[in-house]
Design a protein around this ligand. Structure first.
Ligand SMILES: [Zn+2]
Length: 429
């Protein structure tokens, strides 16, 4: 089986990749400076002109682009082409304020299909596969990115969208879906419904690959999903501001290779904005190197990760980013300790007798924020009783990871609301 979708790019020597990145960077900076007023003024204010970008190190001279900027120039203030060149738009959910609008030219859509095809190919998707696309269709980028990439490979796409879970299961069975794309939490809800319908998720379906993203999930959650469905679960990562999904390709070593010929990564210190070295943890920053309609130059993602250039057993030379430790937006400070929901998730899933359905409850009294965990026990464990012991066991596991006492409450099975999209893990009371 052919390993790479585009071996020329995916195994390009790092030095050659960096030359290509620099050439493209110069071009995109010229494009933005010449064709967009916001970028023009921002660069001028920072005292940088396109001709000042001579080496990769000069990237630091360019100002950052933030989510706030995108909201301020909503909807089309960052467009670098004539409006009638736009052939498709998408938008993010905009939970806090206005959505972020992504615009695409014909060329941009080709780049998107290309990077998604690369990504899905790395996951093992081929012509002959049947992709059940259970991301929500609509303005979000997710479902559309998967569809474009899968069809470019020649796989069959079922554009079923999210929700109506019983119908999902029936079609998965009848159409012989071999790959499932959705949020990780929804895949577990689907397994639950499949069991209620009398199926064995491991035995009764043709499913072999899971393509999951749009949600922070731990390695333990990945194992749970793989065991439950009997599949290989792959991570996807992307942002509306950059292109949508397709920013990385996860190989069979489960390393996230950045499609760095199109998306130039940097890691910065989120406090100072200083550039960090490979191997250090910080905030991911991306510059789109080829996007025409809406180039993002030094966009601060608010996602924390580590960047590597070490190469990989799979043979790809494209640089690697670690899985996202958390969005800096999800970060909580409890009794002076920094806590990410995914850290608690990995502690929970180490304890037998509980399900993967949990929620973190934040309570604010005056200026003090306290946190507690509610998690469902499995049917059998719940019947056994003696739940105090289980609660203590989980509290210990959390303490090992965070060095913090967080109270845990065991709930009866199937009492926490399920989601067909992004799970709501943190609630406030
Ligand atoms: Zn690899």
């Amino acid at each position: 089986m052919e390993e790479f979708y585009d071996s020329r790019v995916e195994t390009m020597p790092l030095k050659e990749l960096k030359e290509l990145q620099l050439k493209r960077l110069k071009k995109i900076v010229r494009h933005a400076y010449k064709n967009n007023r916001f970028y023009h003024e921002r660069f001028k204010k920072s005292g940088v002109r396109p001709e000042d970008i001579k080496t990769m190190d000069d990237l630091k001279k360019l100002p950052f682009l933030t989510k706030h900027d995108l909201r301020e120039y909503y909807p089309f203030g960052l467009i670098c082409i004539e409006i009638d060149e736009i052939v498709e738009i998408h938008a993010s959910s905009g939970t806090t304020g206005k959505p972020v609008v992504g615009a695409y030219t014909k060329n941009d859509l080709e780049v998107w299909a290309e990077v998604m095809a690369r990504s899905l190919w790395a996951n093992g998707l081929r012509k002959g596969d049947v992709l059940q696309n259970a991301y929500g269709y609509g303005l979000f980028t997710g479902a559309h990115g998967f569809e474009k990439g899968a069809q470019k490979i020649g796989a069959m796409v079922i554009p079923i969208s999210s929700g109506n879970t019983k119908r999902q299961i029936t079609l998965m069975k009848d159409l012989g879906s071999t790959a499932l794309a959705c949020t990780p939490s929804y895949s577990l809800y689907m397994a639950e419904v499949a069991e209620e319908m009398g199926f064995d998720p491991r035995e009764d379906f043709n499913l072999r690959i899971g393509l999951f993203g749009a949600e922070a999930w731990s390695d333990e959650m990945r194992k749970t999903i793989e065991e439950r469905w009997g599949i290989v679960a792959h991570e996807h990562y992307g942002l509306t501001e950059i292109i949508g999904p397709g920013v990385v390709s996860e190989c069979k070593e489960k390393k996230l290779h950045i499609n760095a010929d199109h998306f130039l990564p940097e890691i910065i210190d989120p406090e100072t904005g200083e550039t960090l070295e490979p191997g250090e943890e910080g905030e991911l920053v991306f510059t789109t190197l080829t996007k025409e309609a809406f180039p993002a130059i030094r966009f601060r993602t608010r996602d924390l990760a580590v960047y590597y250039e070490d190469g990989c057993e799979c043979g790809r030379t494209l640089p690697i980013q670690s899985r996202i430790k958390g969005r800096s937006d999800d970060m909580m400070k409890i009794k002076g300790v920094i806590v990410f929901p995914s850290q608690i998730e990995s502690a929970l899933l180490k304890v037998p007798g509980i399900s993967e359905n949990y929620q973190l409850v934040k309570e604010k009294r005056e200026s003090i924020t306290s946190l507690s965990v509610e998690v469902e026990a499995t049917e059998e464990r719940y019947q056994e009783g003696n739940l105090d012991e289980l609660e203590k066991r989980i509290e210990e596991e959390i303490y090992t990871i965070l060095n913090l006492r967080i109270p845990v409450k065991i709930l009866p099975p199937k009492t926490i609301p399920r989601s067909t999209g992004k799970a709501k893990r943190v609630i406030e009371r």
